[in-house]
Design a protein around this ligand. Structure first.
Ligand SMILES: [Zn+2]
Length: 532
């Protein structure tokens, strides 16, 4: 008989043996349930208290140096540390209930919409209160909105400053007030609006929720009553009819010398310029104006950015590369119209039309735009390209598929499928690139120690699931500045009652506790046998 069992035999009275077998079975079942607290007990004696810990998780950091991690500690609104579960749980602990062990969920940086009208259209349209609008955005996983448009100071800026002062601004807002209106006057002249910027510079404080990093400038039309995108090739009579326009080369809102002067003035005040520019002739004018304002300096210091980029010629991509300009790309394309587009545009223009999807691979900064506005909000209709749903846009970027009004999925034709965007590129476009566009890349957009704790917990890992499942990813939790601002009611992670959160204890711990229980049973059995 092995020595250990000899000594156990001395200690254990025969009548207790069956009770011990029961106990060992009981603990075999119980230990996995309490594996959560067992992990917590691995903390070192000098461990530091933090506000939240997510461990045993699948963390997509969007930090190229360290793309995947297991655990993250949050303290005082910032990412305190990120690393392996073992390391984080040894060094840090939280109040009971604020440590989540989850191998069922994916954590990624909070989403940044690089071009939206969510707050602006809520304010002018009366669709939602500003407080209500931000709550809906946070439920979709957005933690920062780059608002590409706002009218006069009193109407659009002051109300946002007021809710910030009242502590009611929960989402981060980067507002770009407009220089001119999105349509021309009866003489086809640009209509400029209130010019408050000479007196007030940009608001760039990285710690503030409300910032004004730049000014929005409309450079060309956008179909219908806004005139047409300014093109270097003439519109055909069929195109003019289809797009409800009259000008054969589209509508450029300002000529080169006017735009140069406008951009230089705004640039010199320290604002970034964000240009609405769809047609190739407009983008050419915009790039020239940026080049004029930069006067040999790099755009890295100024972050001038071009919205929409609907038709881009190859030579413009080369000019953009030399200037290091930033570009927005709509995630979701109305693929169900691809046959009509292919009939309306010749092969060259079709190539310009899909060139926007090549921008990330061409080494240019490119961020996601949803161009969302409440006028088009319909939660059930997934057909609109200005949809609010971020993972529908990600699915669109990666697959270029879309869903029509009847719910039918359309797959891209070869012309539309050109220029692949990877899931990794799409993730960056929806996070770090949106932060870069507003000079926040050192504070937001990736999960790195020292950055603000803006993150989301989502239902699936976009990097590993089938691309077609990306559109169905759900947001379970949205954290901004270390505060949990949203929890999905069907998948609450942190209980309000302060119960310790246990989601899927790690497989390793279950195995260890089962082996422990098995050894106990084996020991008892051997003991029983030998004692006979
Ligand atoms: Zn827009």
């Amino acid at each position: 008989m092995p020595t250990i069992f000899k000594s156990m035999k001395k200690l254990v009275k025969p009548k207790l043996k069956s009770f011990l077998i029961f106990l060992s079975l009981f603990f075999t079942l119980l230990i996995p349930i309490f594996s959560n607290s067992i992990i917590i007990q691995t903390k070192a004696a000098d461990a530091e208290q933090v506000d939240y810990i997510f461990s045993n998780a699948n963390i997509i950091t969007v930090d190229e140096a360290n793309p995947l991690e297991e655990a993250i500690a949050i303290k005082d609104g910032k990412i305190h540390a990120i690393g392996s579960s073992e390391e984080i749980l040894a060094k840090y602990y939280t109040d009971e209930g604020n440590t989540l062990h989850s191998n069922d969920h994916t954590i990624m940086p909070g989403l940044i919409d690089g071009h939206t009208h969510l707050m602006w259209s809520a304010n002018y349209g009366g669709f939602e209160t500003l407080q209500g609008a931000q709550s809906i955005a946070m439920a979709f996983g957005y933690t920062t909105l780059n608002e590409k448009g706002a009218d006069g100071w009193d109407r659009d800026i002051q109300p946002l400053l007021d809710i910030e002062a009242a502590g009611e601004l929960r989402i981060r807002l980067n507002v770009f007030p407009i220089y001119n209106l999105a349509f021309l006057d009866e003489n086809n002249e640009s209509i400029n609006v209130e010019r408050w910027y000479p007196d007030r510079g940009p608001i760039l404080d990285p710690g503030r929720k409300f910032r004004v990093p730049g000014i929005k400038i409309y450079s060309d039309g956008a179909y219908g009553n806004r005139g047409l995108p300014a093109m270097s090739v003439p519109y055909t009579p069929e195109q003019l009819e289809a797009f409800m326009g009259t000008s054969v080369y589209g509508d450029l809102y300002m000529n080169q010398s006017t735009l140069n002067a406008v951009v230089k003035t705004i640039h010199d005040k320290g604002f970034s310029c964000a240009f609405h520019s769809m047609g190739d002739r407009s983008t050419e004018t915009v790039l020239n104006a940026i080049e004029y304002a930069l006067d040999g300096e790099t755009n890295d210091n100024y972050r001038h950015q071009i919205e929409h980029n609907s038709f881009i010629r190859e030579d413009l991509i080369a000019q953009a590369q030399s200037l290091n300009t930033i570009h927005s790309v709509r995630g979701y394309f109305p693929t169900y119209w691809q046959v009509e587009y292919a009939e309306l545009f010749n092969e060259t223009v079709l190539e310009w039309y899909v060139n926007r999807y090549s921008l990330p691979s061409e080494g240019l900064h490119a961020y996601l735009e949803t161009d969302f506005t409440w006028e088009v909000y319909d939660d059930d209709d997934l057909s609109g390209s200005r949809n609010i749903k971020p993972f529908l846009h990600m699915w669109g970027l990666v697959t270029r598929k879309s869903i029509d009004h009847n719910g039918t999925i359309h797959t891209p034709l070869p012309w539309l499928a050109e220029h692949t965007i990877s899931v990794e590129q799409a993730l960056k476009m929806m996070t770090l690139e949106g932060a870069y566009a507003v000079k926040q890349e050192d504070y937001l957009g990736s999960l790195e120690a020292g950055k603000f704790a803006d993150l989301i917990v989502i239902s699936d890992d976009p990097l590993t699931i089938n691309h077609d499942e990306i559109k169905d990813i759900e947001v379970y939790l949205t954290m901004i500045n270390g505060t949990i601002e949203y929890q999905n009611p069907a998948h609450s992670i942190f209980s309000e009652l302060g119960n310790t959160a246990v989601f899927g204890p790690s497989v390793g711990l279950v195995m260890i506790s089962m082996i422990f229980g098995f050894l106990l049973i084996l020991g008892m059995t051997v003991l029983k046998k030998k004692s006979k």
